[in-house]
Design a protein around this ligand. Structure first.
Ligand SMILES: Cc1cc2nc3c(=O)[nH]c(=O)nc-3n(C[C@H](O)[C@H](O)[C@H](O)COP(=O)(O)OP(=O)(O)OC[C@H]3O[C@@H](n4cnc5c(N)ncnc54)[C@H](O)[C@@H]3O)c2cc1C
Length: 365
């Protein structure tokens, strides 16, 4: 099917409509475009109508090759090679291959892992370095995937889809003044999509702490697993991921042992609107940063964010008739989105397109 405009100015017909222009939605459109399939991406802007927020709205995400879980390791490796190809094609610098360091206690430190090398930087306690990895800018990454897709077969409508109705064998999607008629839906609405509403998924509220200043002026990413007690499984961050004037920017985040659960959309939106200020581990986070962050701080900001966790720890790709949904990032969607998009589009092509089959699967190994 060819993407085409119908007689009325804001009516469109397309084979696939991707809901959400976050990391997964942009990666699906990229993958469809790569395969020559026309699609329309309908993506809300951050904070549109003070309702639509996102997991990706930030300047830095870690990409790292070493994971204790082989399935994540292979998803990241697969995504990383696609990401590198896109980075060399794109004129926008969205990915920096910088050292990713680890602080590991003796119980986890795998002496013989081929993916871990001694650190080349001298940062207290972070003794190991990933063989591959770096820091990406998620907004620019989405922009690069969008540019690639729109130069081929995709169209992007930067509006929230406020109504999706079944119509004939397909769907009618209404987004502002636009009406899109599509045969298939790819639901990549993150916190707002069908994945987030699944029984085996929870949404958790998080914060990041961004600091301008400090002595860590060489860019690197890190994950520190050495928390023995306290509320965190690990602390992670991106040092000098950007500069404000000549001040390095560092972002800190934490993986909580008991995350803050957001049981419904109202709670998600309340979190972004101000509830994040009641993050229960703020003092512990600040103490951790106090120990790690060297040098003065010119500016400190706290930013709300949230993501979805699945019960089994892996992302979800499911289809119900002509409706496919993907998500459940477990905090690793940026570094795996292109691999997951490839799997999603393959599920669609192999089992859904033209066959009316219902299928459900976790991300394939
Ligand atoms: C604090 C934090 C740190 C993280 N760190 C890392 C990391 O270091 N490495 C890593 O790989 N990953 C990391 N992640 C995870 C990564 O950011 C997520 O996996 C990723 O953003 C999820 O992508 P998504 O497309 O599912 O959702 P999103 O990025 O949230 O995108 C969904 C989009 O759909 C839009 N939308 C919703 N409803 C509608 C509608 N009706 N119509 C149109 N659009 C709609 C939303 O507004 C949003 O823009 C982190 C996440 C957080 C929160």
């Amino acid at each position: 099917m060819t993407f085409r405009k119908l007689s009325s100015t804001a009516q469109w017909r397309t084979e696939c409509c991707v809901l959400g222009n976050g990391l997964f939605g942009a990666a699906i459109a990229f993958e469809l475009a790569t395969r020559g399939v026309d699609c329309c991406v309908v993506g809300a802007s951050y904070g549109e109508r003070q309702y639509y927020y996102a997991s990706h709205h930030d300047q830095s995400r870690l990409v790292r090759g070493w994971h204790t879980d082989a399935r994540w390791r292979s998803l990241v490796q697969q995504s990383l090679s696609k990401l590198r190809q896109l980075a060399s094609w794109s004129e926008v610098p969205f990915f920096s291959e910088v050292p990713v360091l680890y602080g590991l206690d003796a119980a986890i430190a795998p002496r013989s892992s081929a993916d871990l090398l001694p650190s080349t930087l001298s940062v207290a306690g972070l003794l190991y370095q990933d063989r591959v990895g770096g820091v990406l800018n998620p907004l620019r990454y989405i922009g690069a995937m969008n540019t690639f897709a729109t130069r081929r077969t995709a169209r992007i409508i930067r509006k929230a889809a406020h109504r999706v109705e079944r119509m004939g064998g397909g769907y009618r999607i209404t987004a502002g003044e636009h009406e899109i008629f599509a045969s298939y839906i790819f639901d990549a609405r993150g916190l707002y999509g069908r994945v987030a509403k699944s029984d085996d998924v929870i949404t958790i509220g998080k914060i990041t702490i961004n600091i301008a200043g400090g002595e860590h002026a060489t860019p690197f990413g890190f994950v520190d697993f050495r928390e023995e007690a306290g509320p965190f499984v690990n602390a992670y961050g991106c040092c000098a991921y950007a500069f404000q004037g000549n001040l390095p920017m560092t972002k800190y985040g934490f993986t909580e042992r008991e995350p803050v659960k957001l049981p419904n959309i109202e709670a998600v939106n309340a979190w972004f609107a101000g509830d994040y200020a009641r993050y229960p581990y703020l003092i512990a986070a600040q103490r951790w940063i106090e120990r790690f962050h060297r040098g003065s701080r010119a500016h400190v900001s706290i930013k709300p964010c949230a993501f979805t966790l699945t019960r089994n720890g892996y992302p979800i790709i499911r289809s119900e008739g002509h409706w496919l949904y993907v998500g459940g990032c477990n905090g690793m969607g940026a570094q795996s989105c292109q691999a997951l998009a490839e799997q999603t589009v393959s599920v669609w092509q192999e089992t859904v397109r033209g066959k009316h089959v219902t299928r459900s699967s976790s991300a394939r190994q």
